[in-house]
Design a protein around this ligand. Structure first.
Ligand code: MN
Length: 223
């Protein structure tokens, strides 16, 4: 009898432990290399906090300026992450204003730490995102007008093109205080130092001269 109670307890314990789960916190920056000497440390995760007694209403206030779209892409992303707006620290949210000249493009990019909800405030945009290989790289695309909202799920490659004759404006809401941006063409062809030409020639299945040409371009950062 004692033995059977022992074994049922053991079985219960095994069951309980199979439900135990651990979860890594989402990173708040590109990398955070561990150090043993605390004197060498800079950030723990995100920023230090201001003494609550010293916090003012202005710490929760921000004014976004209109972006200058006179650049090769004809678009400007004005990011309001925790780096610009410290009041967002630990809140898991941030935003951006995107200005587009006529035919301005916010080129294909990803956010390594966030989902993005885009709201069109002015104008007409073609937007889209490409799903992962697992979903056969399906393109989900739509024409958006004033008041329309579209979501770019976490980590998906996405873009917006102003197809109207006038300027366009959109507001992005992002599910991280520091979403980060990787502009695909700039990252692949404009990295420092450059990725080996052999890697890119084989990856893109094109002539070496095409890769050389692309690597020579100035990849404008509209962020
Ligand atoms: Mn985006």
């Amino acid at each position: 009898m004692k033995g059977s109670v022992f074994f049922s307890l053991l079985a219960l314990l095994a069951l309980a432990s199979s439900f135990a789960s651990a979860y890594d916190p989402s990173p708040l920056q590109d990398f955070c290399v561990g150090v043993n000497d605390t004197k060498l440390g800079v950030f723990v995760n995100g920023k230090f906090c201001k003494d609550p007694k010293l916090v003012k209403a202005d710490d929760f206030f921000f004014h976004i300026m209109e972006g200058n779209t006179s650049n090769p892409l004809g678009s400007q992303v004005t990011q309001v992450s925790v780096n610009e707006f410290p009041g967002l620290n630990t809140l898991g949210i941030s935003l951006a204003r995107i200005d587009y000249a006529p035919y301005g493009l916010n080129p294909p990019h990803i956010h390594p730490r966030a989902t993005e909800v885009l709201t069109v405030l002015e104008g007409t945009l073609i937007v889209g995102f490409v799903a992962s290989n697992q979903n056969d790289n399906r393109l989900f695309t739509k024409v958006l007008n004033k008041g329309d909202v579209f979501v770019f799920p976490f980590g998906m490659i996405h873009f917006q093109l102003n197809v109207g004759h006038d300027n366009a404006v959109a507001l992005s809401s992002l599910s991280s205080q520091n979403p980060g941006v990787i502009t695909i063409a700039k990252a692949v062809f404009g990295s420092t130092p450059p990725i080996s030409r052999d890697v890119l020639t084989k990856a893109f299945q094109v002539d070496q001269n095409i890769i050389a040409y692309l690597q020579k371009q100035q990849w404008y950062d509209n962020n």
